[in-house]
Design a protein around this ligand. Structure first.
Ligand code: HEM
Length: 233
């Protein structure tokens, strides 16, 4: 690409270094065609309105949760001696710690609300019907994963409320016939809630579920791209 100005959608880039870097990528991977086709020339259907924003808002909140969660991990210690104290420190001593923690805990509530609104919109407008029924199933998986993230994250501050909520949350599946007792034991990592439970919930909350959720969101978005946004009702 030997040009003075690089045109990317509505943007005109004149910086020589940026043009040379972009050209190097474009020569090897054909990036310009992908960016033009997938981003700038993708037409958003005119019928999409306010209620169509909630999938995107849920996605934005997921990214925000991942970023604020990484910042919280800088100070948080997942031990029953230190968990509560480190959360108190984040709130009272770390600069803007209150903002990061507040965004993370409010974000988790908000994300469930926006997913519910997104789901109700898809249901009411009948978008779950063929050929999008598989994406509905992927969506339900995302709802369950997000609930799993909220449940495991709730224990981490190790407060009375967190402890007793986890007692209830781990006691409930124990009512299932045959497998209930095993599920409770596996969730708690023993008979009682303690250090093993906290370690287990921490690992599931910061590694396992975020990685699975990010992959399933990818699958959700690929399906939307393959099938296109549904037409008006
Ligand atoms: C982490 C949770 C989720 C994220 C980040 C997410 C994200 C998105 C985005 C960005 C879109 C495209 C724009 C739109 O139509 O809103 C979309 C569409 C869709 N979502 Fe979700 N979603 C989530 C959960 C769900 C749930 C719980 C369901 C249903 C059970 C669902 C079912 C669908 C379907 C069927 C479409 C296709 C809409 C169409 O083709 O017009 N999603 N989602």
């Amino acid at each position: 690409m030997d040009i003075e100005t690089l045109h990317l959608g509505p943007f005109k880039i004149k910086n020589k270094i940026a043009i040379r870097l972009f050209s190097a990528l474009d020569d090897r991977l054909g990036v310009k065609e992908i960016v033009d086709d997938e981003v700038f020339e993708k037409i958003v259907p005119a019928h999409l309105g306010f209620w169509s924003c909630f999938g995107g808002i849920s996605f934005f909140l997921f990214i925000s949760q991942a970023l604020t969660g990484m910042l919280l991990m800088v100070y948080y210690q997942p031990t029953i001696e230190e968990a509560h104290a480190t959360v108190a420190m984040i709130m009272n001593e770390v600069p803007f710690g209150w903002l990061v923690r507040g965004s993370h805990s409010w974000g988790s509530n908000l994300m469930l609300v926006t997913i519910m609104i997104h789901m109700v919109k898809i249901y009411v407008s009948g978008i779950y019907k063929p050929p999008r029924e598989l994406n509905w199933v992927v969506g339900v998986t995302l709802l369950l994963l997000t609930m799993g993230l909220s449940f495991t994250g709730y224990l981490l501050p190790w407060t009375q409320l967190a402890y007793w909520a986890t007692v209830v949350g781990t006691e409930t599946p124990a009512a299932l016939p045959y497998v209930g007792e095993y599920i409770r034991y596996a969730m708690r990592g023993g008979e009682e809630i303690g250090q093993v439970t906290l370690t287990r919930f921490f690992a599931i909350h910061v590694m396992l579920l975020p990685v699975i959720t990010a992959s399933v969101i990818g699958l959700h978005l690929v399906q939307i791209r393959r099938q296109g946004i549904a037409g008006p009702m």
